[in-house]
Write a protein that binds this ligand. Structure first.
Ligand code: HEC
Length: 125
C-alpha cells in the first residue's frame, strides 16, 4: 500500500542520524550548562580544556552517521552523567564532570542543543 510505504520511508528518514530531531530550548540548555559549570572547560566555538561543543557535534555527526539519533543521544547522556574518565591534552585523566540534573528531559535538552550546533569540524584519527 502506498501510504504504508510512505510512512515507513518517513520513519527511516527520521530515525537515521540527522542531528537532534526534536526541538530544544537553547536558553534552558545554556542555563543547565552554566549551573553545571560545563563552560569552565567547554565553549561553543573555542577550545578550552574540553573540545568546542560544535566540534563535539561534528564528531557525533560523523560517528553516528546512518544510525539512529537515539544512539548518539544515549552515548552523550552516558558521558555527562556517569563520571567516566576523560583524557586532557596534557595527558592526565580525570573523571568527567557530571551534569547537575536528574531530569532526563532536561539532560536530553542540553544534549540536543550541543549536538545540533553547526559549523564544527572533526577529523577522524
Ligand atoms: C574539568 C573540565 C571539564 C568540565 C567541567 C566539563 N568537561 Fe566535558 N569534556 C572535558 C574533556 C577533557 C573531554 C574529553 C576530550 C574532549 O572531547 O574535549 C570532554 C568531553 C565532553 C563531551 C564529548 C564526549 C564524547 O563522547 O566525545 C561532551 C558531550 C561534554 N564533554 C560535555 C560536557 C558537559 C555537558 C559538561 C557540564 C556538565 C562538561 N562537559 C564539563 C572536560 C570537561
Amino acid at each position: 500500500m502506498a501510504i504504508a510505504k510512505l510512512l515507513s520511508l518517513i520513519f527511516v528518514v527520521f530515525s537515521i542520524y540527522a542531528g537532534p530531531v526534536a526541538a530544544f530550548d537553547e536558553e534552558a540548555a545554556r542555563e543547565l550548562a552554566e549551573k553545571s559549570k560545563c563552560f569552565k572547560c567547554h565553549a561553543v566555538d573555542k577550545k578550552k580544556d574540553g573540545a568546542p561543543y560544535r566540534d563535539i557535534a561534528a564528531k557525533y555527526a560523523f560517528k553516528y552517521k546512518g544510525k539512529p539519533y537515539a544512539e548518539a543521544e544515549a552515548r552523550a547522556i552516558e558521558h555527562i552523567t556517569s563520571g567516566e574518565m576523560v583524557k586532557f591534552d596534557d595527558g592526565h585523566e580525570e573523571k568527567h564532570k557530571k551534569v547537575k540534573s536528574q531530569d532526563t528531559e532536561e539532560i536530553k535538552n542540553l544534549v540536543g542543543w550541543i549536538l545540533s550546533l553547526p559549523g564544527g569540524t572533526y577529523t577522524p584519527e
